[in-house]
Structures are given as structure tokens and as C-alpha cells.
Write a new protein. Structure first.
Length: 196
């Protein structure tokens, strides 16, 4: 992970520390490039099985919050509500997984089209300090500003709970929503699963 010019690398066991340190320090590179380049710099004996990311990390200070101005009605449901599950099953598996909506522990801010939930957002607290936002919109309803509406409500809830809103995204449309709400991109992260 890179964050505001610093690098944090964690490993599940000590024997991976040296190869990872060598990969991070090998050659000259801009730290902002590290999340994208790290998987290609690992030694051959550490075969990369899976890469998650890189994704940008963005944060929002309360004074920078630009709430969505809309007439859309936002409803709050409990985490795990079956209507949110209906939205999750209606989208492609990769979209649902990337959104993290199933991991929300806060109230879930939703917009409906008739009885169907077509957009949802909420968060899960991280170390009782940050609120990791999760947002998902039904494929048929994208491009209407619904992600911004539900995310705005979830951000307001996180700020009211005294948490620092955090937005992790790979897709540019998601990053645009975050920027529209006032988030600033300050870093990136990547996770690499290796086989020894």
C-alpha cells in the first residue's frame, strides 16, 4: 500500500519479508507506481496466483464533503436485508464482489425503483477510525447518479458516527463518484497471492 508518499507492505509469514522487501526496493521507481508494478517484480520462485488491484485509496475530510443534491428518496435498511441481497444477485458476480456491499455492517442506504433496490451504499468500520465505503448500482440503472445519491447518504452517516470515510476503487466510474463527493485520492493498494 502507498499512502501519501509512504509504503506499507505486510506479509503473512516472516520468510516472505525479504523477497518482498527486495521487490519493493529493486530499481528506481516512483512510489505511486509500486502497486501496479509489484506483482511483476516478485522473484520467480514466488509464483503469482492472484492479484487484487491495484486500487486507489481516497479519503474525505468533513469540510470537503460535497453531498449529492437530489430529490431521490433514500431509505435506510439493516445490513444483510434481503432486498439488498436481491440487488447483489442481480449484477455480475465480479461487480458484486468488487463493491463490497455484502460486507456492510452499517445501515444500508438504498434507492428503489418500485419495490426493487437499485442502488445501495454503506460502510464497515475499520479500527473504529475509518469507514470503508461500499457502493453498488444495478447495471440497468447506472449513469443516473444513483451511486452518488446513496454514497452521499452513507458518507453523511459515517461522518455523523465520527469516522473517516475511505473509498477504495479500481474502476474510473467509481473514482468519479468519490471525487464528486469530495474525496481526495492519496494512495493505492494491491494484494498479491503467491505460491511458493
Amino acid at each position: 500500500m502507498t499512502l501519501d508518499g509512504a509504503v506499507l507492505v505486510t506479509v503473512p509469514d516472516a520468510d516472505l519479508a525479504d523477497p518482498l522487501r527486495d521487490a519493493v526496493l529493486a530499481g528506481r521507481m516512483d512510489l505511486s507506481e509500486l502497486p501496479a508494478l509489484l506483482p511483476t517484480r516478485l522473484p520467480a520462485r514466488l509464483r503469482v496466483r492472484e492479484v487484487l488491484g491495484p486500487a486507489t485509496l481516497a479519503y474525505l475530510d468533513a469540510p470537503d464533503f460535497a453531498p449529492a443534491q437530489t430529490g431521490a428518496r433514500v431509505e435506510r435498511l439493516q445490513a444483510g436485508h434481503p432486498d439488498v441481497g436481491g440487488l447483489v444477485t442481480s449484477v455480475a458476480g465480479q461487480d458484486a464482489e468488487e463493491s463490497g456491499v455484502e460486507e456492510i455492517t452499517s445501515a444500508v442506504c438504498v434507492v428503489r425503483d418500485g419495490r426493487d433496490v437499485v442502488a445501495a451504499a454503506g460502510y464497515r468500520p475499520w479500527l473504529n477510525t475509518a469507514a470503508q465505503l461500499s457502493v453498488l448500482t444495478a447495471a440497468r440503472c447506472r449513469g443516473r447518479g444513483l451511486a452518488r445519491v446513496v454514497a452521499s447518504a452513507a458518507v453523511a452517516d459515517a461522518l455523523a458516527d465520527g469516522l473517516l470515510p475511505q473509498w477504495r476503487a479500481r474502476a474510473e466510474p467509481s473514482r468519479r463518484v468519490a471525487r464528486a463527493l469530495g474525496f481526495r485520492e492519496t494512495g493505492a493498494q494491491v494484494s498479491v497471492l503467491v505460491r511458493r
